[in-house]
Design a protein around this ligand. Structure first.
Ligand code: ADP
Ligand code: MG
Length: 726
């Protein structure tokens, strides 16, 4: 049978021979609090003894490993009451001197050792400062059975060797570690068993044993994560009571018919998927992924109107004021076009009126829409400026408003919906999961359907990890007639800048518009606004004949509005802005996007900014002005010039930044991935997901898979505890 890892996860490290309470405490501080943690602390590299350098031929200043016999050892007291040990090691070709300041290091003349580190020339002799020491002979405890020496990352002040000894002792104490996966699964995926994997990853006798061991342990991590996601999804379905919307009415069809274009295939397909979700009694949890400009907005509105059609309210939560306002204006226009404008109504008279659409509707279908942000409260059924915020809040609560578009204000205390049926969260990466839930809980005794939209092209594998409990629709087709944006990288050389200015003049002369995005000032809206203001003044001198606008986060909301309106109505030629325009701004007539100090922006931000142009039929250009000072910056710019494919950029981003920091957040579960790399291990993630969901589907309480349940519980801890409660 053996000992389960879940049991080992409950054993403190000081049960291991050689680990006392002090070390145990230190290990705990380094995140290693159990024997299981220790066993999952895997080597960072392996030394192959056949790859040792001859000392005589060793390259200076590079990481190398040499092997030889200790010919002399000296211990000396030096200043500061420290101990210095130096040892001469010979391999027959030459001699190297190792120097350590570690009083606990034990070296004896005549023993066989491997030293890993850099060899330097010091006073005419070869020297290594504090190299890792591995004993190759049997002196003391022989941990190395083959010719491969594992090098564990040092931990909490323990050397690599001490860590290795501890793990060796831990493994001896723990083994055999019990298998938790069904044998059929192991066969199907060609996985070695857990005990074999743990031995082979720490103490392989051949390097070729490492890959299968690693594969198995990576699978374990991904599988645990996916099991927890499968359980979460299951819970959602079981515990939620959704609304089976009546999706058959004429409202949505009328709205879609009135669009000035026909839907792309991807939009049509996605709308169908959403319709099926809404018609079912389970609440929808769907992620809508689509390139910038792929037309997510209209899909979202169709979803909202499906809810409205059946007598429910819809809500959209946008990440910024400007974007909420844009959505509102766009929606009101479309409603108007579709003949669904309510005209002016008397809210007092409308109180209590049944909002059922279709045949029974009193005055034919109409969609009452409100914009509610922290600074703005407007409705499309009363003259602008005629209603107070508290009125609008009241009307939403009384069910007089069908559609509400807003910002965070929507989830603030005090706002209550009458019958929220469909909620849309735009640009999800800006919101925490907490807020995502906040919107859902606005509805009382049932769960509204939820659509989460993101323009951040999340690599598929990452989406599966982050949003593994969601269904995903992808708008993988652009509306017709777009020409890809041409991206150019220019330096700050005055002649190059003059060419950029000429490009802007030319486009404006042709009736187009341009954006100039000012340098990012991290963590300071104020400084950023100041720099944008200065740039606006400077550029006005460069373009004396053009009409320039200025947009930044410190402007009053009505000023922001005024500027955005003016730009939309082509009363401005050039908009000088900070990243407030990053998200979702839609002005198809703009054909130039200039980004200053572009190397300071992250890839997803650059991609978002570039997505502000190329939204109409005219060819568009994105100019990146930069003289990058870092490798990362250079790589990001090169990626931008090379491709406009957001998914490829997202993968590039992942590669440059590492998975822990993608989109600036560490998502729950991600921190549990110690070995897995979701890009490199993408295939295994797909397999892990399939197996995990299949097991949970067949055995929702994991009653027949108790070992797996305990494994997930023990290793994912409090993050998943609620999922396992019955
Ligand atoms: P995003 O996915 O970035 O939110 P939007 O919804 O803002 O994209 O749409 C981008 C632009 O494309 C808008 O101007 C919109 O009116 C237009 N659009 C959307 N769908 C289509 C379509 N099927 N055909 C033509 N234009 C479309
Ligand atoms: Mg959008």
């Amino acid at each position: 049978m053996g000992r389960p890892l879940s049991f080992l996860a409950s054993l403190p490290t000081d049960v291991v021979k050689g680990i006392g309470p002090t070390t145990a405490k230190k290990l705990d501080g380094a995140g290693i609090s159990s024997v299981a943690d220790l066993l999952l602390h895997v080597p960072r590299r392996y030394l192959d003894r056949s790859q040792l350098f001859n000392i005589a031929a060793v390259p200076l200043g590079e990481e190398v490993t040499i092997g030889g016999t200790v010919v002399s050892v000296r211990r000396r007291r030096i200043r500061g009451n420290r101990t210095m040990i130096d040892a001469r090691v010979s391999d027959g070709t030459s001699i190297v001197e190792g120097v350590w300041f570690n009083p606990y290091l034990r070296l004896e003349e005549g023993s066989e050792v491997a030293l890993s580190g850099k060899v330097e020339l010091y006073r005419g002799k070869l020297q290594m400062k504090s190299p890792d020491v591995d004993r190759l002979d049997g002196g003391g405890e022989s941990l190395i059975t083959g010719r491969v020496v594992p090098v564990h990352p040092s931990l909490a002040g323990l050397t690599s060797r001490q860590v290795r000894v501890s793990i060796h002792n831990a493994l001896r104490r723990a083994s055999p570690v019990e298998e938790v996966l069904p044998e059929a699964l192991l066969d199907r995926l060609d996985l070695v068993d857990r005990d074999t994997a743990l031995h082979a990853i720490h103490f392989p006798s051949e390097l070729s044993e490492v890959a299968p061991a690693r594969k198995r342990l990576v699978f374990d991590e991904l599988f645990r994560l996916e099991v927890s996601l499968a359980l979460r999804k299951r819970r959602q379905i079981e515990e939620s009571s959704g609304v089976a919307h009546d999706v058959a009415g004429a409202l949505v069809a009328g709205f879609l018919d009135a669009l000035p274009y026909s839907l792309t295939g991807a939009q049509q397909r996605t709308i169908d998927e959403i319709r099926a979700d809404l018609a079912s009694p389970h609440p929808m949890h769907r992620l809508l992924q689509g390139e910038v400009g792929s037309g997510k907005t209209v899909v979202a509105f169709a979803a909202l109107l499906m809810g409205v059609q059946g007598g429910f309210q819809g809500a959209v939560m946008a990440p910024t004021e400007v974007l909420a306002e844009q959505h509102y204006l766009g929606m009101v226009d479309l409603i108007d076009e579709a003949g669904l404008d309510p005209g002016e109504i008397d809210p007092a008279a409308a109180e209590g009126q049944d909002r059922l659409f279709g045949e029974g509707a009193p005055d034919g279908p109409e969609v009452r829409t409100a914009l509610l942000t922290s600074n703005n409260a407007v409705v499309n059924f009363a003259p602008a400026g005629s209603c107070k915020r508290s009125d609008v809040v009241g009307w939403i609560g009384a069910g007089l408003v069908d559609l509400v578009i807003g910002t965070h204000a929507l989830i603030q205390e005090g706002l209550h919906f009458h019958r929220l049926g469909v909620a849309v969260v735009d640009e999800q990466h800006r919101f925490g999961v907490y807020q995502r839930i906040g919107l859902r809980e606005k509805a009382a005794d049932y769960d509204p359907d939820l659509l989460i939209m993101t323009a951040t092209p999340i690599p598929r594998t990452l989406a599966m990890t982050l949003y593994g409990d969601l269904d995903v629709s992808v708008l993988d087709e652009m509306p017709p007639g777009r020409t890809p944006v041409v991206t150019r990288l220019v330096s700050k050389d005055p002649r190059q800048l003059e060419e950029v200015y000429d490009l802007i003049r030319g486009e404006v002369a042709a009736g187009r518009q341009a954006f100039v995005v000012c340098p990012l000032v991290e963590d300071s809206d104020k400084l950023e606004a100041a720099s944008a203001t200065a740039e606006h003044v400077r550029l006005q001198a460069v373009f004396p004949r053009l009409r320039l606008g200025l947009l930044h986060g410190q402007l009053r909301p009505d000023e922001k509005d005024r500027v955005m309106h003016a730009f939309r109505r082509r009363e401005l030629d050039v908009l000088v802005a900070t990243t407030v325009i990053e998200v979702g701004i839609d002005v198809p007539n703009a054909t130039v996007m200039v980004i200053e100090d572009a190397d300071r922006f992250g890839l997803s931000q650059l991609h978002q900014l570039r997505g502000r142009v190329g939204r109409g039929p005219a060819a568009a250009t994105c100019v990146l002005v930069a003289e990058p000072t870092t490798d990362d910056g250079e790589q990001r710019l090169a990626a931008m010039v090379e491709t406009t494919d957001g998914f490829r950029l997202a993968e590039e981003d992942l590669r440059i930044r590492g998975q822990g920091t993608v989109f600036g957040t560490r998502q729950a579960g991600m921190k549990d991935l110690k070995l897995a790399d979701i890009l490199r291990d993408a295939d295994l993630l797909v397999e892990a997901r399939r197996e995990a969901f299949a097991i949970v589907a067949a055995d929702p309480g994991l009653e027949r898979h108790e070992a797996i349940r305990e494994d997930v519980r023990a290793l994912l801890g409090s993050d998943v505890e609620w999922l396992l409660r019955s």
